[in-house]
Design a protein around this ligand. Structure first.
Ligand code: URA
Length: 239
């Protein structure tokens, strides 16, 4: 059961506020009867009618985007910057699953399916988020161990499930490190490296769960297959 205004808003025909107004104005019928009380719960079987039209339930949509640098991971931006939603051609109210910084690139999923999003972002589901970071300086085993054993950022203890030094550039004094985490705290990877004394110059998300960009170029996206969506749902059932 869901609240009526939420179901109307999720269908994409009106914002949450506008949906509430429609209800209060008596323009919404549930199974043929006017319902003008906010918060009334409806089930997927109920027939909702607005201004004489039956409400079509919004189809669930799922996208995998290779996020470019310089795009904000949000549904709108008060500074007028381009958002990841602007890159996807859809009329549905999709939103990003978790967040990537303005300057972070790589795998980003977008959907209008709240449960799908929750499964992927909930730390208890232990879904890998694998990043490749270019950092200033050369990391040592001792610092890698600190990342793996757990460090404090913003008063919370976080740890990496894997950390691997991939490449060292002695000339530029930089290195490439692959790091896998299961949470998605704000700026988590950058803060973790900062906590052990390194600045992240570049960051790319290589993988989330079973999703990688593969042959998608920067800014390109594709729809997920029903099988891929099912796999995400199976992560939840197995826990
Ligand atoms: N960690 C960060 O610091 N930034 C991101 O964009 C993602 C994870």
């Amino acid at each position: 059961m869901e609240r009526l205004q939420k179901v109307i808003a999720a269908s994409g025909i009106a914002s949450r506020r506008k949906s509430e107004e429609l209800i209060k104005e008596g323009k919404v019928l549930v199974n043929g009867k006017v319902v003008d009380i906010l918060g009334t719960k409806v089930s997927p079987k109920d027939i909702i009618e607005i201004d004489g039209k039956i409400l079509e339930k919004e189809q669930k949509e799922y996208y995998l985007l290779n996020k470019p640098r310089g795009v904000i991971t949000s549904t709108s931006d008060d500074k007028g910057r381009k958002t990841v939603i602007d890159l996807i051609n859809t009329n549905s109210r999709i939103y990003p699953v978790g967040r990537l910084d303005y300057d972070t690139t790589g795998v980003l999923l977008l959907t209008n399916d709240g449960e799908f999003s929750n499964i992927l972002t909930h730390p208890a589901n232990n879904i890998d988020k694998v990043y490749l970071a270019k950092i200033e300086g050369i990391i040592k085993k001792e610092q890698i161990d600190m990342l793996k054993n757990g460090i404090k950022i913003d008063n919370a203890k976080v740890k990496a499930s894997h950390v691997k030094l991939k490449k060292v550039n002695q000339t530029n004094n930089t290195c490439m490190v692959e790091i896998t985490i299961h949470e998605g705290k704000n700026h988590q990877v950058k803060k973790m490296f900062e906590a052990v004394g390194f600045h992240v110059e570049k960051l790319t998300r290589k993988r989330i769960g079973n999703f990688q960009v593969n042959d998608l170029k920067s800014g390109e996206y594709r729809k997920l297959t029903p099988k891929e969506v099912q796999i995400v749902y199976s992560y939840k059932k197995s826990k």
